[in-house]
Design a protein around this ligand. Structure first.
Ligand SMILES: NC(=O)c1ccc[n+]([C@@H]2O[C@H](COP(=O)([O-])OP(=O)(O)OC[C@H]3O[C@@H](n4cnc5c(N)ncnc54)[C@H](O)[C@@H]3O)[C@@H](O)[C@H]2O)c1
Length: 260
């Protein structure tokens, strides 16, 4: 087997991508499948997008299924876990990429909106880690969890107040789980995508904001979803990233490394 396959191949592995019907989750699902993983695309509302991802993976000769769960509902996540296990028996890789956002100014944020964002972005990821983590620990095999955080998680970003707080929580959750589950051979890491125009940030990336973002990005452009493939495959691979856990890795054209 070529060395590159020894390092990175995910053949024989089962990956679950929560938010796999979204822009970034969808690309991540396809990337994991292209290196051999069987992939479950977990969607909430957008069944058509999930269908398209499954078809795209199958079109490349991969194996995929879709499954529906609202990450706010633990029972639904457990049902998805059972569906995946009844088809493929195990889960080795979990990518958590659900997310919602809002630009509401601080003093106008309602409790309802606060809960909606915190619950989807933080509690939802926690519940997915809990449900699939329990399975991975019982399997007694190596596992990799990859949470999708944000450039707003460490240093707050204007206009996305509650979102920034939720993503700080994702970083903390990632590090805490990495500590707790290292002895069970489960690695837990997060990626920090920079700016990738998508549905959840459509209203936020105005022309004015685009200018300030790109002025602050050494590479001077937005990211392409495909540019997350390499880092996710690396983190998913038990060989290539075997000593990497509790890492929070930016993929942002240099944005988080800069001051003015
Ligand atoms: N696009 C960016 O620039 C960017 C940057 C940093 C981080 N992120 C993060 O990347 C992840 C993916 O976002 P995206 O940009 O692809 O946006 P997207 O809107 O295309 O995808 C978001 C996904 O979250 C899912 N989702 C929302 N609420 C859910 C719920 N209750 N249960 C289950 N799924 C739910 C949606 O169905 C959708 O598939 C999010 O966590 C987002 O915060 C995105």
């Amino acid at each position: 087997m070529p060395y590159v396959d020894e390092l990175f191949s995910l053949r024989g592995k089962v990956a679950v991508v929560v938010g796999g019907s979204g822009l970034l989750g969808g690309r991540i699902a396809c990337a994991l499948a292209r290196v051999g993983a069987k992939v479950a695309v977990v969607f909430n509302r957008n069944r058509e997008a999930a269908d398209n991802r499954v078809k795209e993976i199958e079109g490349h000769g991969g194996e995929a299924m879709k499954a529906q769960a609202n990450v706010l509902n633990k029972l639904e996540i457990q049902k998805v876990r059972d569906q995946i296990c009844s088809r493929w028996d195990k889960v080795h890789i979990l990518v958590n990429a659900p997310g919602v956002n809002s630009t509401t100014p601080v003093l106008e944020i309602t409790e309802e909106e606060w809960h909606a964002i915190l619950n989807t972005n933080l509690k939802g990821i926690f519940l997915c880690c809990q449900v699939f983590g329990e399975l991975m620990i019982k399997q007694k095999e190596r596992g990799s969890i990859i949470n999708v955080s944000s450039v707003s998680s460490e240093v707050p970003l204007s206009k996305v107040f509650t979102y920034s707080i939720s993503k700080s929580g994702v970083n903390s959750l990632t590090r805490s789980l990495a500590r707790d589950w290292a002895s069970s051979k489960i690695r837990v890491n997060a990626i920090i995508p920079g700016f990738f125009p998508a549905e959840q940030n459509r209203t936020i990336l105005t022309d004015e904001r685009k200018k300030s973002i790109l002025d602050h990005t050494p590479m001077g452009r937005y990211g392409e979803p495909e540019e997350l493939a390499g880092v996710v495959v690396w983190l998913a691979s038990e060989r290539a990233s075997s000593f990497v856990t509790a890492a929070i890795i930016p993929v942002d054209g240099g944005f988080t490394g800069m001051t003015i």
